[in-house]
Design a protein around this ligand. Structure first.
Ligand SMILES: [Ca+2]
Ligand SMILES: [Ca+2]
Length: 200
């Protein structure tokens, strides 16, 4: 085989780089879309499981009978409390099956792996980017799932909401993946309109 000259090698290397620069962004874009779809499906299943829990027991899951107001699971309290009840597991939030005495499995989850959502060793439910899913239920029955004054408003007029921190792994930024649409957001007077949902 003919040995390539230095200019020929440089040309080949250049062509290889151009090919890579065309393929890699496409790959990352596809990867990002896949994770976004995974998070959206998780959120749909999660809210559906919470609603089936409510239909079964006539109350929303609550760690304190609603006295503590609307609790944010996944940040202020580990989401495993809520998730243990939905998975019918004996553990924090569902000790001795107190929250889910009929031991109905409302949600089936597998183990987390990078790029694949699931539960960690503690039972915390992580999104595909490795951060806990955020959950709020209207535990005090005020008609609003209340949250602090975030970019998503001061609350949402739904009984249960959930969201993923998205690719940047931080909550309250525009790439968050939400279980609700902007029409349900409760905004303070004079607040700017909510940001558009990211497209994955
Ligand atoms: Ca409330
Ligand atoms: Ca984010």
């Amino acid at each position: 085989m003919k040995k390539l000259s230095k200019p020929e090698l440089a040309l080949l290397a250049g062509l290889a780089l151009i090919a890579l620069s065309m393929v890699v962004p496409g790959f990352w874009s596809l990867h990002r879309s896949r994770l976004g779809r995974m998070a959206r499906e998780d959120l749909r299943n999660l809210v559906d499981a919470g609603q089936r829990f409510h239909t079964e027991y006539g109350v929303w899951f609550s760690r304190s009978g609603g006295e503590a107001g609307d609790v944010r699971y996944g940040r202020d309290v580990p989401n495993w409390e809520f998730i243990n009840a939905l998975r019918a597991l004996d553990g924090p939030g569902n000790t001795n099956h107190i929250a889910n005495p009929r031991r109905i499995v409302f949600l089936e989850l597998s183990a987390y792996a990078p790029g694949v959502s699931g539960v960690d060793a503690n039972g915390e439910y992580l999104d595909p980017w490795g951060m806990p899913y955020q959950l709020i239920v209207d535990a005090d029955a005020s008609g609003v799932s209340r949250m602090e004054n975030t970019i998503h408003g001061t609350g949402v007029d739904l009984a249960m909401i959930a969201w993923s921190c998205g690719p940047d792994r931080r909550s309250d930024t525009p790439d968050d993946v939400l279980s609700w649409t902007a029409v349900h957001q409760v905004l303070p007077i004079g607040a700017p309109p909510p940001p558009a949902q990211p497209e994955f």
